[in-house]
Design a protein around this ligand. Structure first.
Ligand SMILES: Nc1ncnc2c1ncn2[C@@H]1O[C@H](COP(=O)(O)OP(=O)(O)OP(=O)(O)O)[C@@H](O)[C@H]1O
Ligand SMILES: NC(=O)c1ccc[n+]([C@@H]2O[C@H](COP(=O)(O)O)[C@@H](O)[C@H]2O)c1
Length: 173
C-alpha cells in the first residue's frame, strides 16, 4: 500500500518515533505523520505546541533527507466525541491507505471510520519514551538529549524546553 499514516503526540519527537518513521518508509512509498492532541500545549503531558512539534518533525526529516516522502497534519482531541475526532482525521489529513498505531483506543476510533489499522514494532521502548524524556527534563538530567530524534535538539534548545517542562511539572497543571 502506497501511503501510510502514523499518529502520535510527539511530546517530544524521540528516537523511537524516528525508528518507526524509517521502518514505515521501508514499507510504504509515502507517509503522513499526524500530530495528535494538536490543541494541547503547556501541560505536563503535552508541553509543546503543535507548531513546535511540526518544527521538530521538519528538522528531523531534513537531517535524514526524508522530507520529500513525508507529509504532516494536525488533529485536535475531541474528548468524549470520537466520531467527531474521526471526522477531523478524515477532513484534515491527506488521504492514506493504512493507519499505524499501537494504542487500542485510537485503533478503535480508526476502525469506526473503516480504516485498516496496523501496529508498529517498538524500538528500545523503556528508554525511548516521551514520558521518560519529560521526567529527565524535569529533574535536569541532561541524558534526555541522547533520546530525542535527530535534528530535534536545536528546536528544543531554542524554546528552552527543559526549563518549560521543569516548571510545568512543578506546577502540575
Ligand atoms: N520506542 C518506541 N518505539 C516504537 N514506537 C514507539 C516508541 N515510543 C512510542 N512509540 C509509538 O509512537 C506512537 C506515538 O507515541 P507518542 O507520541 O505518544 O510517544 P510516547 O513515547 O508513547 O509518549 P508518552 O510517553 O508521552 O505517552 C505510538 O503509537 C507509540 O506506541
Ligand atoms: N477522541 C479523541 O480525542 C481521540 C481519539 C483517539 C485518538 N486521539 C488522539 O490520537 C493520538 C494518538 O497518539 P498516541 O498513540 O500518541 O496516544 C493522541 O493525540 C490522542 O489524544 C484522540
Amino acid at each position: 500500500m502506497a501511503r501510510a499514516l502514523f499518529i502520535g503526540r510527539f511530546q517530544p519527537l524521540h528516537r523511537g518515533h524516528e525508528e518507526v518513521i524509517k521502518w514505515l518508509l521501508g514499507r510504504h512509498e509515502e507517509l503522513v505523520v499526524a500530530i495528535g492532541s494538536a490543541n494541547e500545549s503547556f501541560t505536563p503531558k503535552n508541553p509543546f505546541t503543535v507548531g513546535e512539534r511540526i518544527e521538530m518533525l521538519i528538522s528531523m526529516l531534513k537531517e535524514l533527507n526524508l522530507i520529500s516522502k513525508v507529509m504532516y497534519c494536525a488533529v485536535p482531541d475531541t474528548k468524549g466525541d470520537s466520531a467527531l475526532w474521526y471526522a477531523y482525521v478524515h477532513g484534515q489529513c491527506p488521504s492514506f491507505d493504512v493507519a499505524y498505531t499501537n494504542d487500542e483506543f485510537t485503533r478503535l476510533c480508526f476502525e469506526y471510520g473503516n480504516v485498516k489499522v496496523l501496529n508498529t514494532p517498538f524500538f528500545n521502548r523503556e528508554t525511548y519514551s516521551g514520558t521518560r524524556i519529560r521526567e529527565l527534563m524535569a529533574t535536569g538530567d541532561k541524558s534526555w538529549r541522547d533520546l530525542v530524534a535527530t535534528g530535534v535538539l536545536p528546536v528544543l534548545g531554542r524554546i528552552n524546553a527543559e526549563d518549560r517542562v521543569r516548571r510545568l511539572m512543578q506546577k502540575q497543571i
